[in-house]
Design a protein around this ligand. Structure first.
Ligand SMILES: [Mg+2]
Length: 232
């Protein structure tokens, strides 16, 4: 912990505030069914694997977020031998991602409570139309003084450029008083570390960090964030 008091909290969206697994499963089945693919759920594990690998490639700056959109379906169609159009699948999936998925239980109350102690920002690696549709539908924009979506700004976590944009929109708060909260060690926590701010790993999966992973706080429940922000 770099300083005693947290006055700015940056949140990740997917798998931190939003139940992205449920969102993806519903959107995936809807998109494949609309394209005439039988038993779409059988292809979900392969899609998850391909999608995760592509977003890791974004974190390594090998591809852009926009390239993930259709490439994930081109790869799935090739691998599973599906008779479908990748653009139709990706458009249907993107629409469904915006339409489906809820906040984890207690998130609104948590945001409400933390916002009484700190300014909040949302920093997400994602596609503009999908994340904007979700934020609008979930009614969470009012909690955030800054919403930064990687596909809109041309840079992603864990690189410092996306944090520069967030900090500019938040009117340059003190780094020592800022905290990045997220479930991903490779994007959220590494990103916060790269930028020189405090980090809180939301480890709800109860996974073991790598030997080189560093973070200031680790919580298994988002309810444990308020005590960190309110008492520091
Ligand atoms: Mg996440």
């Amino acid at each position: 912990m770099k300083q005693a008091r947290v006055t700015t909290v940056l949140f990740d969206l997917d798998h931190t505030l939003l139940d992205s697994d449920a969102s993806e499963a519903l959107a995936f089945e809807q998109a494949l069914r609309a394209a005439g693919v039988d038993e779409p759920h059988r292809h979900l594990p392969a899609h998850d694997r391909i999608n995760t690998a592509l977003w890791h490639a974004v974190e390594r700056q090998e591809i852009t977020p926009g390239q993930v959109r259709t490439t994930r379906f081109e790869q799935l169609i090739a691998e599973a031998g599906l008779d479908a159009d990748p653009t139709q699948l990706s458009d249907g999936f993107a629409l469904g991602l915006g339409q489906h998925g809820e906040l984890y239980p207690g998130v609104l109350e948590m945001l409400e409570a933390v916002a009484e102690h700190a300014s909040l920002g949302l920093v997400t690696n994602g596609l503009s139309d999908i994340q904007r549709a979700r934020i609008e539908r979930l009614g969470i924009a009012r909690y955030f003084q800054a919403v930064v979506i990687s596909a809109e700004v041309g840079c992603s976590k864990p690189f410092t450029a996306i944090f520069d944009i967030a900090f500019e929109r938040l009117r340059n708060p003190s780094k020592a008083s800022s905290l990045m909260v997220g479930d991903s060690l490779s994007s959220d926590i590494q990103g916060g570390t790269n930028y020189g701010i405090n980090t809180c790993w939301y480890n709800w999966r109860n996974t073991t960090p790598g030997e080189l992973d560093r973070f200031d706080f680790e919580i298994a429940d988002l309810d444990l964030l308020l005590p960190i922000v309110a008492t520091t």
